[in-house]
Design a protein around this ligand. Structure first.
Ligand code: M6R
Length: 608
């Protein structure tokens, strides 16, 4: 997973490309590069490390003249994050430069063939074969050449190309990796994500798989695999530039945590009409719904944990059995899925390779797929039978926060929507839950208001060797996400356990002062979690409990307390997660970690 940008216009390209790359840095941040064309000559600059290094060696792009160019920010897959392996890659004759996001699966064979034909390779990347294929096939017609080249590739690509013989032009191609064309005035662009485009234009075209594009400063031609032009509708991006900027916060993660009341409101409000939930985007009849024997939720990472948190409401309200399965497992498990299964896939980016593969597998088995996704026009959104956007706005921090809460919120709303369609919820219960849905943003804000107290607690816990998160049922689902947040940004060892499982092994790890974060917001089973708190206390643990103010028994057992707004457990996960996001954030800050760009990670995982 990498980010690519391209520019053609009447002004200096390199600063525009650098600006775009900075916006895409969340996609990969181990090396970067630019290629610019000036008077028919290509020049390339590459660095290992961050975009800041590229800005430095090019004096913010000013040392690279030219009005046409491409850029790349990398998350290494094939070959270490060195300058040689950074993109753009150049052809041996110096005529072509390319940037690529994706994986070329048959690159070894192609590399052997090209080496035999006398092409030499400067990098260990899979990408480099593409630029030599371009040189090999080029006979003066770039469109035909590009088609020939991609016909030789197996895998995924968003590809950007410049050619010294084609002044003023940038070329692009897409297969299973995101690529968006930006339409400007006397200039045009492409990028992996709209965040890289919004400071220049809000008018975009989402490319589809199999599309190619040829851009000049005043024209955009999209063509297909037969070189025939294809008509494409343009879309308007309706969020503003500030949405993708830090806006005075130290980190995107903190900004995005704070945005959650508004994000959840953006998810819920458009779907509530006259006191009822209506998903216009789900064209599924009551009869079809009644034919569904099970629901399978599949996703990766936090999106999977969102599924774990939402499944309780879905199962309880619809009466349909709900299974959750990691997409990376489901894709190879020959799952028992058929036309009577509804598969719900969840993905913030809509680009996660395992999630896409799992959804393809499920569709091949006859299931209908409903996608809960944030990024508009993403692969998951395009492949699904029903696409429900979370409308959370751009999420830049690698650690997801508003992405997660809006996904869980959609699951809550789907539970009510389906239950009503199936006639399995009473009017009274529906109205009670409706009040809770409309109050979610307010309750989330109340949880955010604990920030000062959580900041203090982070000072107490940040030096811990390991932290344990325990809970049962919905609380356990939240514990899983809380522990993941802690691990990925603070690098502390954090594990989530179903509280009842502790005594089957893990309790052996509890020693004097081990922090145990106990989630006790599920009234029906609080007593049970309390007994686990007592057990870990007896072995020296320091317990931080999240619970309600009136929970006297826990008040007397826990060392530290965070009081949650009073909510029914059926919808509590989106509120309970807030203090855990904040705790992870402040612990990571205390430990001086690079919060928005944690080591070894990138925002979307487009490789297996
Ligand atoms: O874009 P997706 O929601 O499909 O991403 C899935 C996971 O990679 C993602 O949730 C990951 O676990 C987050 N970085 C966790 O904060």
């Amino acid at each position: 997973m990498c980010g690519i940008v391209g520019f053609t216009g009447l002004r200096h390209a390199a600063p525009v490309l650098l600006d775009g790359l900075k916006k895409l840095e969340y996609r990969g941040y181990d090396s970067a590069g630019l290629a610019v064309m000036n008077d028919g000559v290509l020049s390339v600059k590459k660095v290992s490390g961050r975009i800041a290094n590229l800005c430095e060696i090019t004096k913010d792009g000013n040392t690279m003249p030219g009005e046409v160019g491409i850029g790349h920010t990398r998350w290494a897959t094939h070959g270490a994050p060195t300058e040689e392996n950074a993109h753009p890659h150049l052809s041996n004759d110096g005529k072509f430069a390319i940037v690529h996001n994706g994986i070329i699966e048959n690159y070894i064979k192609l590399r052997e063939e090209l080496t035999e034909r006398g092409y030499h390779f400067d990098s260990e990347t899979d990408t480099e074969v593409i630029v030599h294929l371009l040189e090999m096939y080029y006979k003066g017609d770039m469109r035909k050449t590009l088609i020939k080249v991609v016909n030789r590739l197996k895998g995924s690509y968003a590809l950007g190309v410049i050619c010294a013989d084609e002044p003023g032009k940038i070329f692009a191609a897409r297969e299973a990796s995101p690529l968006i064309i930006g339409l400007g005035l006397d200039e045009n662009y492409f990028a992996s994500d709209v965040t890289a485009l919004v400071s220049n234009t809000r008018n975009v075209i989402y490319m589809d798989d199999g599309d190619f594009a040829e851009l000049t400063s005043d024209s955009v031609v999209i063509f297909d695999g037969t070189a025939r032009p294809v008509e494409k509708k343009s879309s308007r991006i309706n969020w503003d530039v500030q949405a993708a900027e830090k806006g005075g916060f130290d980190h995107f993660m903190l900004k995005e945590i704070m945005e959650q009341p508004a994000a959840v409101k953006a998810t819920t409000a458009p779907r509530i009409r006259k006191g009822r939930i209506d998903f216009e985007e789900i064209d599924i009849s009551a009869a079809e719904l009644a034919g569904i024997r099970k629901i399978v939720i599949t996703a990766c990472g936090s999106a999977y944990y969102a599924g774990c948190a939402g499944r309780y409401a879905l199962e309880k309200l619809t009466g349909i059995p709900v299974e959750t399965e990691l997409a990376s497992e489901l894709r190879y498990s020959d799952p028992l899925i058929d036309e009577h299964t509804l598969v719900i896939v969840i993905s913030q980016s809509g680009e996660t390779a395992d999630t896409i593969a799992a959804m393809k597998e499920c569709r091949a088995k006859g299931a209908k797929v409903l996608a809960i996704v944030n990024v508009v026009g993403s692969t998951v959104a395009k492949l699904a039978d029903y696409t429900v956007y979370t409308w959370a706005g751009p999420e830049i921090a690698v650690a997801t926060t508003k992405g997660y809460t809006t996904q869980v919120t959609v699951l809550y709303m789907l539970s009510m929507f389906f239950a009503e369609k199936l006639g399995r919820i009473s009017g009274k219960e529906y109205d009670r839950l409706m009040v809770m849905i409309t109050r979610l943003p307010r309750h989330i804000q109340q949880a955010i208001d604990m920030n000062p107290r959580v900041t203090e607690l982070a000072k107490k816990y940040h030096k811990s060797k390991a932290l344990f998160f325990i809970g049962r049922n919905t609380d356990y689902a939240v514990a899983l996400e809380g522990a993941l947040k802690m691990k990925e940004i603070s690098y502390l060892h954090a594990e989530a356990y179903a509280a009842g499982e502790l005594k089957h092994g893990t309790i052996a790890l509890i020693e004097e002062h081990t922090p145990v974060i106990a989630l006790c917001c599920n009234r029906k089973i609080m007593e049970k979690t309390l007994s686990n708190i007592v057990e870990v206390k007896a072995r020296g643990a320091e317990v931080l409990a999240l619970t309600f103010r009136d929970n006297q028994k826990i008040l007397s057992e826990a060392d530290d307390l965070l009081f949650m707004p009073k909510v029914d457990e059926i919808f509590s996960a989106v509120i309970e997660i807030l203090p855990l996001q904040l705790l992870a954030y402040h612990v990571a800050k205390e430990n001086g970690c690079d919060i928005d760009k944690p080591k070894n990670l990138a925002k979307s995982v487009t490789v297996e």
